[in-house]
Design a protein around this ligand. Structure first.
Ligand SMILES: [Fe+2]
Ligand SMILES: [Fe+2]
Length: 361
């Protein structure tokens, strides 16, 4: 691999990657001091990006310079939201508020779960990767990248993160709605109990390494797909027909969206760096990183676009029909609701199907 020759440094300390710098004005959401803040010109700056953003850019430039692909998940793979914006709007206008409050609350809780990324075990990568990893994002995962991601999602110390920001957006737009008491319990009932036993896809590599890479592939796909949910939230909550504070609530979601982009970027950079390298197998051999990364993305994306999408829709639908019973004519409401549903079939290909082995030169 060619020696780095970029203007931007490739090495950063943990402190730098976690540094937010100073703001002209803090971001307050629902009375909670949150991360991020405003510059003198009023523009919003995401937390922990003064070094992290140029760092990721530098690592991506290095990949480009070395003629390595930067992984890109096709946005066409992103399933539509259920209920979609029009369906959610119909529910709100018809006084059926519970499903929308529930959905927004689930989003805030899932954001908070994002903190588990800091618990992903990072094995001694230098011993598992044949080529050097100095000057890569891979070498900085434990050096602040996972930690910054965790703090962004769940907040840190007395500073709120995305969890609190979503709650604030919801409460602004829907005027402090009553939160269903069973949201968390329902989520628990639907999640882990039904989780499919994960089979090891690449038992020939170190188990901790496999787990870390599989988690990164999974989180990358979830982050990319979350953009659909965030776009949904921003459009719905900034719609003055259904939102009490269209401007403030929509802005809050737009700040969250801005904060998400570093997550997608460092994860796809790290996975691309692995794909450009060779991994050692436990039996003393090796396997192209490209094969491992593509295999993981392929199975994650197939799962998310097929089974998971159907499961989620069915889970939501049951509760939705129940919630409609507060309406004077639930049957006709359901009919109108169903007419608005976005028709969708998952694309045939994930873009990460196994490749034919390259002919030996
Ligand atoms: Fe987030
Ligand atoms: Fe995120």
């Amino acid at each position: 691999m060619a020696a780095p020759s970029t203007d931007l440094p490739l090495e950063y300390s943990r402190e730098e990657l976690l540094d937010s710098g100073s703001y002209d004005e803090p971001l307050i959401a629902g009375g909670v001091r949150c991360h991020g803040g405003f510059e003198a010109d009023g523009s919003y700056r995401s937390p922990r990006t003064i070094h992290r953003a140029p760092a990721v850019q530098a690592w991506q430039e290095r990949l480009r310079r070395e003629d390595c692909d930067l992984i890109q998940i096709d946005p066409a793979l992103m399933p539509p939201q259920y209920p979609n914006v029009e369906q959610a709007k119909l529910l709100l206008l018809e006084g059926v508020r519970e499903p929308v409050v529930r959905r927004l609350t689930i989003i805030s809780i899932v954001e908070g779960f994002g903190a588990i990324i800091r618990d992903v075990g990072v094995p001694d990568l230098a011993s598992h990767v044949v080529e050097p990893i100095t000057g890569t994002s891979l070498d900085h995962l434990e050096q602040g990248l996972f930690e910054a991601h965790a703090r962004d999602e769940a907040g840190y110390r007395d500073e709120g993160g995305h969890k609190q920001m979503w709650e604030a957006a919801r409460d602004l737009a829907l005027e402090n709605p009553k939160i269903p008491g069973d949201v968390l319990m329902q989520m628990m009932g639907q999640g882990p109990g039904r989780r499919r036993e994960r089979k090891r896809g690449f038992p020939q590599i170190d188990e901790r390494l496999e787990r870390m890479l599989a988690t990164m592939a999974q989180v990358l796909a979830v982050e990319v797909f979350a953009m659909g949910a965030f776009d949904w939230g921003e459009r719905l909550l900034s719609d003055s027909e259904v939102s009490a504070e269209p401007e403030a609530a929509g802005r809050m979601v737009s700040f969250i969206r801005a904060d998400e982009s570093p997550h997608v970027e460092y994860l796809r950079t790290g996975l691309s760096e692995v794909a450009a390298r060779t991994l050692r197998t436990v039996d003393g051999g090796s396997i192209p990183g490209r094969e491992v990364v593509r295999g993981m993305l392929h199975s994650t994306l197939r799962g998310l676009t097929r089974e998971r999408r159907e499961e989620q829709r069915n889970d939501i639908r049951g509760a939705l029909i129940e919630a409609m019973q507060v309406h004077a004519n639930p049957a006709s409401l359901l009919e109108r609701f169903d007419e608005l549903e976005t028709k969708w079939t998952p694309p045939e290909h994930t873009g990460f199907e196994p490749e034919d082995p390259e002919p030996q030169a």
